[in-house]
Design a protein around this ligand. Structure first.
Ligand code: URA
Length: 234
């Protein structure tokens, strides 16, 4: 582990929220290698002896999961009209996990799941330009000028800004691959609606450098190399 801020370390190794961790630090309840530290921004390392109210803190490891979302499941932490995809992940502390870029109930494919908010930010924030590749089934043959329009950016209803440049690869008249680097609400469906077409099937097959390689409803942990690939600007 590289160094982390003291408040982050305390959150990661206890059930405290960030505000509660900072309060404890300000009150002098936290010591690092025997010295009381009252600044939450202090950088610490997991090898340091960090004690909160007399108890040594042990950093928990973050978790990074790739899952193949099946149709008819939802990217929510609790069941709603459809069951939550988290029902298919039998590990501890499920409620601490979140999805880095949700899919609609009728969309299938790759989701990345973690309890590391800083890592998921790099995947979802458009400025990091993390590419998401969707296989899209269409109700009508794709228009000849669609790729040009997508590369220039589209105006979507209710949005002030154009969509970021997207890459369209035509597989067949009614099947395309679309690569985008942002994730507005129903973005892919709205992009095709904006050019007069309709999405009839939607499947995410790749995020960044990582391709979906497990069956529907299955999941696996990411490798160290895969985890790092999202923070190396790939
Ligand atoms: N775009 C959509 O319209 N739906 C999804 O589930 C993902 C991207």
């Amino acid at each position: 582990m590289s160094t982390v801020r003291l408040d982050r370390f305390v959150c990661k190794s206890t059930e405290l929220t960030k505000a509660e961790a900072i309060e404890q630090i300000h009150q002098g309840a936290v010591s690092v290698n025997g010295e009381a530290i009252t600044s939450e921004a202090t950088q610490v390392h997991e090898n340091n002896e960090i004690i909160l109210n007399g108890k040594k803190l042990i950093a928990r490891r973050f978790r990074y999961i790739l899952m193949h979302k099946a149709a008819g499941t939802i990217c929510s932490n609790k069941d709603e009209v459809y069951p939550s995809l988290f029902n298919q992940i039998a590990i501890d502390r499920i409620s601490e996990l979140h999805i880095a870029g949700r899919l609609d109930a009728d969309t299938t494919g790759m989701v990345l799941i973690t309890d590391d908010g800083r890592w998921s930010f790099d995947i979802t924030t458009p400025t990091k330009k993390c590419e998401k590749v969707y296989r899209v089934g269409l109700s009508r043959p794709i228009a000849d000028d669609a790729a040009i329009k997508f590369s220039h950016g589209l105006s979507l209803q209710g949005e002030d800004k154009l969509t970021l440049p997207a890459v369209l690869e035509v597989i067949s008249p009614k099947e395309v691959l679309l690569t985008i680097t942002e994730g507005k609400f129903h973005q892919v469906k709205r992009m095709f609606a904006a050019i007069g077409n309709k999405v009839v099937s939607l499947h995410r097959e790749k995020i960044g450098m990582v391709s979906l390689d497990v069956e529907a409803g299955q999941w696996r942990y990411l490798t160290a190399e895969e985890i790092l690939s999202f923070t190396n600007g790939k």
